[in-house]
Design a protein around this ligand. Structure first.
Ligand code: BG6
Length: 469
């Protein structure tokens, strides 16, 4: 029997489309610096951009981006990284740009390049087709950034277009949450702590909440954000991936396909979200942001209830909440267990113990907190909540940033932390009803926890948990 093996050959060149753009500046050059520092970057880096820049200007731009991310960046690392850089300047619609790229890769003897699309999604098909026009699709893989479409039909269309040029195993779709150590820890924590598995199901779990809250607003990205909104920006991708990691069964083996298969089963069992199970909000002042339509009804907040109709989860509500301009910046998943009956040996008949919680902190200062019950001091046998908490950076040391890990994986040829086509399409199917019938947006003030209407989707006296960090 042959077991699946999804890994690809290691890359021998990195081609960065959109090399002079915002994503390259904020995320990719700092990630390349870290890969150079740790000895993992071994290939030439060829930027492609329409900007009319010299090689020297490109190198200076890269250095500025690295220093902006880390004021103590080491010149002894930046120097060799700059040696790797090359810029091809040209219009994506001109054949000469593609011939020059092919010749440059030939000069480097490249057979397995990584083509990183740090460009608007509307450009993905053009670039993919142009790569094919000079045969470069035969000798490399592409890395595409979210959003992968804006609804189910457009995601399917994009996948079909890319599939004409690259086979699925050579399309790496980035969702940077999958590159976060804290998010990946969900898998490790669940399946390496034997005490969790017996209770990780509908018999013991009462509800699960996932919150991603940001204090920032749209921060100069108004024109992008107003065409997208919170549901498409983060719920369809980052948050649903977190839900899948919390809900899935253990993968059958180490190969990436087994992990993807288990996630696919979660989404197959997830009911499409009904419009009644969604509340959208918009922070007051959003319509005055630069690039935003003054009459916009795009949401900057969304709260919804999900149901996963599987043997493990049927009947357990999953509450997901995302928003900008909120009271705190945090990403947290709270698993709430059933309340035990009252303590029968307490003669005074005190209140029943509170519910146990497992809180996964997935943002900055990631870690986990168990909220347990312990005896209240005094004559009675009452209990009160005590927290047992660990901060992973303090306990385990600093970990690498998401983009560094994902870029490293793309170069190494490991697809494990990328999103597979069927999963992307499943997630769009889950949210399609709320894209079709989104309902009104409710205003909320910045610094709050969103519109009070978000309480509406909670059942059984549930409440929203405020993040603990
Ligand atoms: C991005 C969204 O994917 O994730 C942004 O487009 C959001 O709107 C960002 O601010 C949040 O990422 P992180 O890693 O800071 O939680």
């Amino acid at each position: 029997m042959t077991l699946p093996h999804s890994d690809q050959p290691a890359a021998d060149a990195l081609v960065l489309f959109g090399a002079t753009g915002d994503l390259a500046k904020r995320k990719l050059f700092p990630a390349l610096y870290q890969l150079e520092r740790t000895g993992l970057l071994k290939v030439p880096v060829i930027g492609v951009a329409r900007s009319d820049w010299t090689d020297q200007a490109f190198c200076e731009h890269a250095e500025e981006a690295i220093v902006a991310a880390d004021a103590h960046a080491d010149a002894a690392v930046i120097g060799p990284l700059k040696q790797r850089l090359d810029l091809i300047q040209g219009d994506y619609s001109h054949q000469s740009t593609w011939e020059e790229l092919r010749d440059t890769l030939d000069r480097h003897g490249s057979k397995h390049a990584v083509y990183y699309m740090a460009i608007p999604p509307s450009m993905f098909p053009v670039v993919a087709q142009q790569l094919a026009s000079v045969g470069l699709n035969q000798r490399g893989r592409i890395v595409v950034e979210k959003p992968f479409g804006r609804d189910l039909p457009s995601a399917q269309e994009l996948n079909q277009t890319l599939a004409k040029v690259f086979p699925e195993e050579r399309i790496f779709r980035i969702d940077h949450y999958l590159g976060k150590e804290s998010v990946e820890d969900l898998l490790v924590f669940r399946f390496s702590n034997a005490l969790l598995e017996p209770v990780w199901n509908r018999r013991y779990v009462r509800s699960v909440q996932v919150t991603m809250s940001e204090t920032i607003g749209v921060e100069g990205r108004g024109s992008f954000y107003d065409g997208v909104g919170a549901i498409r920006d983060v719920l369809q991708n980052h948050l649903l991936q977190v839900v899948a990691l919390l809900a899935m069964e253990p993968p059958a083996g180490a190969d990436s396909q087994y992990l993807q298969d288990e996630k696919a089963k979660v989404f197959a069992a997830m009911r499409p979200i009904e419009p009644d199970d969604l509340v959208r909000g918009q922070y007051v002042g959003y319509r005055d942001e630069h690039g935003v339509d003054p009459n916009s009804d795009v949401e900057t907040f969304a709260a919804c209830r999900l149901e996963i109709d599987s043997w493990r989860w049927a009947g357990v509500p999953w509450y997901v909440r995302v928003g900008k301009g909120l009271a705190e910046s945090a990403t947290e998943a709270v698993v709430e267990f059933q309340r035990p009956p009252r303590l029968l040996f307490d003669e005074a008949g005190g209140p029943p113990p509170g519910r146990n919680l497992v809180r996964f902190r997935l943002g900055k200062q990631d870690g986990v907190t168990f909220a347990l019950q312990a005896k209240t001091p005094g004559p009675h046998l009452d209990s009160q909540e005590v927290d047992i908490s660990v901060d992973f950076a303090a306990a385990l040391g600093e970990r690498s940033a998401a983009y560094e890990r994902l870029l490293g994986d793309a170069l190494a040829g490991s697809p494990r932390r990328f999103a597979r086509q069927d999963i992307v399409e499943h997630t769009w199917s889950v949210i399609q009803p709320i894209l079709d019938t989104p309902g009104p947006v409710h205003p909320y003030f910045r610094g709050s926890w969103g519109p009070s209407e978000a309480e509406r989707i909670l059942e059984n006296e549930d409440t929203w948990y405020e993040p603990s960090s």
